[in-house]
Design a protein around this ligand. Sequence first.
Ligand code: NAD
Length: 470
Amino acid sequence: MINYSDNRYSKLFDKQKANQFHIGNTTYKARLKKLKALKLALEKTYKNKLREALYKDFKKPKLEVDLTEIYPVIDEINFVSKHLRSWLKKQRVDTPIALIGSSSWIKNEAKGVCLIISPWNFPVNLTFGPMVSAIAAGNTVILKPSEMTPHTSKVMKDIVNDLFDDNEVSLVEGEVEVAQELLKLPFNHIFFTGSPQVGKIVMKAASEHLTSVTLELGGKSPVIIDDTSNLDKAVKKVVFGKFLNAGQTCIAPDYVFVNEKIKSEFTSAFKKYITEFYSEDPKTSDSFSRVVNQKHFKRLKTYLEDAAERNSNIVLGGVTDDTDNFISPTLVFDISEESELMQNEIFGPILPVKTYQSTDEVIDYINSREKPLALYIFSKNKKRINEILNNTRAGSTCINHNLLQFLNHNLPFGGSNNSGIGKSHGYFGFLEFANQRSVLKQHTFGAVDLLMPPYNNFKQKIVNATIKWF
Ligand code: NAD
């Protein structure tokens, strides 16, 4: 047995471990009561505190806090409230005739003690969202939010302390080292949201204890706008999807493929909507967030400088202010494949555009890279939409819009390989935190009992008949 008792967090872990059966055996009503209390905290008691904290952390507009942080968690709670009773019921399954005399079912039981590590870009949504699934499945949970949004973490900690004993849910604040210490503990499940680079570290640490993982990662999500699309509407939606949260969204469009024929109309519409949404001077707009901190601001500024050095064409934006971590909505054409903008996930308000002539060209390009977290198609041509869907791979796709797939809790949310392992939201999120325990109960004497040693010809005939007929 691995000794973890000298770990800083082992006492907390042990407390939760000792409590795991108590929590795992709670009724669906008891779990829903806790989630209802969380809903109330988000809707009423702590709503303004969260808005203030997110403004302090990166000037996130109030409406975006409500829409992208609070609403998705409440929606997750509402969805769970509707379905949890049935998810926790015995899921009866057929029993084959060869096992006559028995019945079989699946028991969705809690995994045990879970760790949730979350990023800074939607700190409330991506910490409490998975926590709702973990609580629904009957787990105890340790939460480790990002160190980059400390004001929000503080409010989330107050919420958790208000609603839970620490042997059920506990939030641990702190730097990367805190996550590294926590990752040494033998959790029963780790749910990580963050970059693919750190995802690999998490998976490696989890392998020490054969802990199951959900990895919600990132990458470069492409948008394809073809010449049959309603261009004006497509651009409006892409501007919204890209510049919400100042582009710091895992499923934000990372780059756009525009059919060469409509390049100049695309650019005009883009400029029009940037002005309409954020005014002539986006720095004065209350609807536009800032880059989260100096580290990320400098990273993005370097990407812009690199693009300029490689003779890319910055057709809009490119304005920066390091006193405020401000980068204006930026559109870049003629981008080199070797540029930082195309080599890395951008995660900021800069949108490179590539033009194309044939759909094959786009498909080949996408398939030559890691599988994206999201792939967006704007087109009216059904055949072409299917061609792209069938010949590429991605965690999710939204057709004729972007981001909205995240908001439907009937859909699994997640990536594929480099963009993620496992799914979240609704039943899929619940399943990540539950062990599907198989149960077979024998009620009467069964056929298999006839076949026990010593073997003889008669028993061999029964086996032959079983293979042939059943
Ligand atoms: P990150 O990977 O740097 O950090 C995420 C979390 O991991 C933080 O809590 C951090 O403290 C911790 N961490 C960082 N380095 C670590 C290490 N070496 N060992 C252990 N823990 C460590 O990600 P980020 O910058 O907070 O967020 C941006 C990334 O997250 C982007 O790649 C984005 O696409 C991705 N993301 C994905 C989703 C999704 O749902 N798939 C959602 C949001 C963000």
